[in-house]
Design a protein around this ligand. Structure first.
Ligand code: GH3
Ligand code: MG
Ligand code: MG
Ligand code: MG
Ligand code: MG
Length: 313
């Protein structure tokens, strides 16, 4: 339909082949309508290599979506059993946002205002029956591509480009919320900051490109050592971690272990280079997360003053 039926640019064909490959890993949900036109849609989507779930009623659709959080797109008609399409969209949107799940509403040609209503209730797009298979596939593609773009954008927003650790923005936009929730729940929160010792000397001796390599290596070691905690880059050669609901003593011990392991791990610049780091760690809860970071920073400063390569608590 897509390639043979109409004139298609070379670029578009390449794009379609790429989609065919990607689709094998993407799940979609089709909510069947009461007039039985959906088997056609299901068949088309399976041709298109997508993993297709089918729901017979609105309640079914909600249950399936709850069980399969990996579903990326829902196609629903207005006339579904038990619940109409717009009510279904409203319920779906309470669970999954537009940036996380694409919804395409399907309306008939004689239901003029329905397309607008679908969009108002939270659908990303709509199709008007009767539609060509080609239009169905183009709209499904477009919506999947938009979701993928948003996911990529979100990754870029919250990750540090050099080290791929979470960045400052993630800490103060996302972790801040977790911090307040943990506080209200009476949970233990431990925050640690780490600063590489005499990093300027490394840059001066080996160049900033080698400095970058070392920062990446240290970040990877840090994240690997603490897979159960949130690790981030605060900026420059300063990193941090936050641990929820873990004993302070245990976290402190693990930081000590990491400090020792780091100083004994050769950085590979073609020849071995050794680095150390200083740490400040606190579990004293503050009003804002930033105040806790600053408290840990003061302890870190103390560790530097007392000779570096140590943890201050
Ligand atoms: P101290 O032990 O007191 O922390 O000494 P230091 O030299 O590590 O501290 P200082 O703050 O004087 O210098 C930090 C250096 O880290 C200077 C800066 O150029 C370097 N740096 C910061 N970010 C990056 C980066 O992304 N890549 C590289 N290569 N160097 C960086
Ligand atoms: Mg400094
Ligand atoms: Mg430093
Ligand atoms: Mg710095
Ligand atoms: Mg520094």
């Amino acid at each position: 339909y897509v390639i043979k039926g109409t004139k298609t640019s070379f670029h578009y064909v390449i794009n379609l082949l790429h989609r065919l490959f990607l689709n094998r890993f993407i799940s979609v949900l089709v909510v069947e309508d009461t007039f039985n036109s959906m088997p056609f849609v299901t068949r088309q989507l399976r041709h298109w290599q997508l993993i297709v779930h089918e729901a017979a009623t609105g309640a079914d659709a909600l249950a399936i979506l709850g069980k399969h959080p990996e579903i990326k797109l829902v196609l629903t008609d207005y006339h579904t059993q038990g619940m109409n399409g717009t009510d279904l969209i409203k319920s779906l949107r309470e669970k999954r946002s537009k940036e996380d799940l694409a919804i395409i509403g399907i309306s008939a040609i004689n239901e003029k205002s329905l397309a607008a209503r679908f969009i108002k209730y939270g659908a990303n797009d709509f199709l008007t029956k009767p539609f060509a298979p080609e239009e169905l596939l183009c709209r499904v593609n477009q919506n999947l591509e938009q979701l993928e773009l948003l996911t990529k954008l979100r990754e870029m927003t919250y990750r540090d480009y050099l080290t791929q650790l979470f960045n400052r923005r993630y800490l103060f936009e996302k972790v801040e919320k977790q911090f307040h929730a943990a506080k209200s729940a009476g949970q233990q929160v431990t925050l640690c900051v780490m600063d590489i010792d005499h990093f300027k000397r490394i840059n001066d001796a080996y160049g900033s490109h080698s400095g970058d390599t070392i920062l990446r290596t240290i970040a990877a070691l840090f994240a690997k050592h603490f897979p159960d905690f949130i690790t981030f880059r605060l900026g420059g050669e300063e990193f941090g971690l936050i641990a929820f609901n873990t004993s302070f003593e245990l976290t402190l011990n693990r930081i000590e272990q990491f400090r020792t392991s780091l100083k004994n791990t050769p950085m590979d610049l073609g020849h071995p280079v050794y680095v150390t780091a200083s740490f400040g760690i606190t579990d004293e809860l503050t009003d804002k997360l930033d105040d806790m970071v600053q408290a840990a920073d003061r302890l870190l400063y103390l560790a530097k003053q007392q000779g570096r390569d140590q943890v201050c608590s």
